[in-house]
Design a protein around this ligand. Structure first.
Ligand SMILES: Cc1cc2nc3c(=O)[nH]c(=O)nc-3n(C[C@H](O)[C@H](O)[C@H](O)COP(=O)(O)OP(=O)(O)OC[C@H]3O[C@@H](n4cnc5c(N)ncnc54)[C@H](O)[C@@H]3O)c2cc1C
Length: 390
């Protein structure tokens, strides 16, 4: 029996792959009452085009293939999909070398990408602003992540995958056995796909102790319907070097809504979804990790100083307006959505970890740092993990 901890996209994609290969029965354990309650149901729903990632990274390796597989699944199931294409603009002249680096990476990764000048940008995205030039990829698309998660759950149940909800995985109970809040479960293979809880579970197995998760809060505002019909493509700023975040952007969804965000504000809890809601006993330890990182990692330091201000609406607004100058403060509707990124930190090196991390130990497999674009990558990542005979 394969036991998978975590009912997010990564856990479900692995469950699906195991069943498709006839590799054995599968049980998914999830501490919430449904799948997709955390990152997988609260993300931007973007099927990324694989343009940002260094060519030898796992993100690059699985993003494009994951995009193809997830898109095929969405189309097969008749789920909502909007083929948007995306532009990445320069907010200032210093962004141009970064854009050139993205162009190089995209080309090396085999992602479709082209340069556009200011005039061509207006044809692609009327009203968007850039300095001199921008990048365009036609591949990017969006979907409704909760619909994808619900469809996956239904499919997996039909394929014979068993789910137990409200069960928290705690650690090993001797060889081939998992301790949980609902008792002990024997396994032939155990997969830790616990997202925000993955580091703690790996530590309970005595693994990856130098790796700890730092939560980052992603706040979105909904765009006023006055402007929503004008936003037909994804509009992104040039991201800052050395950081795994893409900056506040515009994302049109297939249901006609447009989301602006998310931020990546260092948070104080693994479920810190509100201003104070979700700040728990671990807050002090998390804060300490943030302080250490602040001191040791210059990229994080610059990021944290700018990002924390975006709790205040006017700073958030200024960021979004830099991309689309017609935006007025009242166009950002107060109805907010929040998602939390389970970003890994290497506490020994004092650095954010940029790529996915997979730790294999005997019959257990631990997936850490399944941050963006892991929603896009999940099917290809799962194919690789299960196929490599873990
Ligand atoms: C704001 C935001 C925007 C994003 N936008 C995009 C995007 O547009 N495109 C993209 O490709 N990616 C995006 N991502 C990244 C993507 O959402 C994640 O990479 C992906 O959802 C990770 O999936 P997961 O299954 O690892 O984690 P999760 O979806 O968090 O699932 C982990 C599950 O494990 C459960 N769990 C945790 N601990 C335990 C335990 N001990 N016992 C039992 N269950 C446990 C949790 O309840 C949860 O359901 C975004 C992420 C965020 C936060």
């Amino acid at each position: 029996m394969w036991v998978i901890c975590g009912g997010g996209i990564v856990g479900l994609a692995i469950a699906r792959e195991v069943v498709l290969r006839g590799a054995g029965p599968v049980l998914v354990l999830e501490e919430e009452e449904d799948v997709g309650r955390h990152a997988s149901g609260r993300n931007s729903g973007v099927l990324h085009a694989g343009i940002y990632y260094p060519p030898n990274s796992q993100k690059a390796r699985f993003c494009l293939e994951g995009h193809r597989l997830l898109r095929a699944y969405i189309e097969e199931r008749g789920l909502p999909l909007l083929a948007t294409g995306k532009v990445v603009v320069a907010r200032r002249e210093e962004d141009l070398p970064e854009l050139e680096e993205i162009y190089r990476r995209a080309t090396a990764n085999g992602a479709p990408i082209s340069w556009v000048d200011e005039k061509e940008l207006q044809e692609l995205f009327p009203g968007a602003r850039t300095v001199e030039r921008a990048l365009f990829t036609p591949l990017t698309a969006t979907t409704l992540p909760r619909r994808v998660m619900a469809a996956l759950r239904r499919d997996l149940e039909e394929m014979g995958v068993a789910f137990r909800f409200g069960v928290r995985c705690l650690g090993p109970a001797g060889s081939g056995k998992l301790r949980t809040t609902a008792g002990v479960f024997p396994f032939s293979r155990f997969v830790n796909a616990a997202g925000m809880g993955a580091d703690r579970l790996a530590h309970a197995f005595g693994l990856a102790r130098h790796l700890r998760i730092l939560p980052f809060q992603g706040i979105y505002y909904r765009l006023h319907p006055r402007l929503a019909p004008r936003i037909l493509r994804n509009l992104y700023p040039t991201p800052r070097r050395g950081l795994p975040f893409l900056g506040v952007h515009f994302t049109p969804w297939p249901d006609g809504q447009v989301w602006v965000g998310p931020t990546a504000i260092p948070a104080l809890g693994r479920k810190h979804y509100g201003i104070l809601r979700g700040v728990d006993r671990e807050a002090l330890a998390i804060l300490l990790r943030e302080v250490v990182l602040f001191v040791r990692d210059p990229a994080f330091r610059a990021h944290a100083l700018l990002e924390v201000r975006k709790y205040l609406r006017r700073f958030f607004y200024a960021d979004a307006r830099a991309l689309f100058p017609e935006l007025r403060p009242e166009d950002l509707l107060p109805e907010r959505r929040v998602g939390l990124r389970a970003q890994l930190v290497d506490v020994k090196r004092g650095r954010l970890v940029m790529d996915y991390v997979v730790v294999e130990d005997g019959d257990t497999l631990h997936i850490l740092n399944a941050v963006s674009p892991a929603f896009t990558s999940a099917f290809a990542f799962a194919r690789h993990l299960v196929g490599s005979g873990v």
